[in-house]
Design a binder for this molecule. Structure first.
Ligand SMILES: Cc1cc2nc3c(=O)[nH]c(=O)nc-3n(C[C@H](O)[C@H](O)[C@H](O)COP(=O)(O)OP(=O)(O)OC[C@H]3O[C@@H](n4cnc5c(N)ncnc54)[C@H](O)[C@@H]3O)c2cc1C
Length: 117
């Protein structure tokens, strides 16, 4: 190993994993104290490379962390307009009405996103 590669790098905070949790923690720490040195280590080739999920996103967390996320051009642009529930079976498809669904299953105000983005 080259001598320079063995030199240690000092940070105040090291966060492992650039998923939503790690990135949120890093952003929040820098908001609280811009002088902190924070590093995020990600094993993927780039942020999001190991996150395959499409997702329905409740923007409540983003609203609190980055209230101006809309003006910043966040890739959160497709609002949910309709919820439909189906039971799929060998005999065919049965549509289930939405009204008995718990609040968790109601997605108005949420967005369809690529979690990796
Ligand atoms: C199929 C599926 C569907 C989902 N649908 C939704 C949805 O519709 N809506 C919703 O809100 N949530 C959804 N989720 C949940 C959401 O994806 C997770 O809650 C969220 O990704 C968790 O974030 P996290 O930062 O804790 O972990 P992760 O997103 O898993 O991020 C962890 C990161 O750490 C990296 N990492 C791991 N180990 C190391 C290491 N040793 N060194 C360096 N880096 C490392 C990984 O590469 C990854 O980038 C879904 C999840 C799945 C699997």
């Amino acid at each position: 190993m080259a001598e320079s590669a063995r030199e240690s790098m000092e940070y105040d905070v090291v966060i492992v994993g650039a998923g939503p949790a790690g990135l949120s923690a890093a952003i929040r720490l820098k908001q609280l104290d811009p002088e902190l040195s924070v590093v995020v280590l990600e094993k993927g080739s780039e942020v999001g490379a190991h996150i395959l999920s499409g997702a329905v996103l409740d923007p409540a967390g983003l609203d609190r962390l980055l209230p101006d996320w809309r003006e910043r051009g966040a890739p959160v642009t497709v609002p949910v307009t309709d919820d439909r529930f189906y039971m799929l079976g060998q005999a065919g498809v049965l549509r289930i009405p939405g009204w008995p669904m718990p609040p968790l299953m109601k997605n108005h105000g949420n967005y369809i996103v690529s979690m990796a983005n």
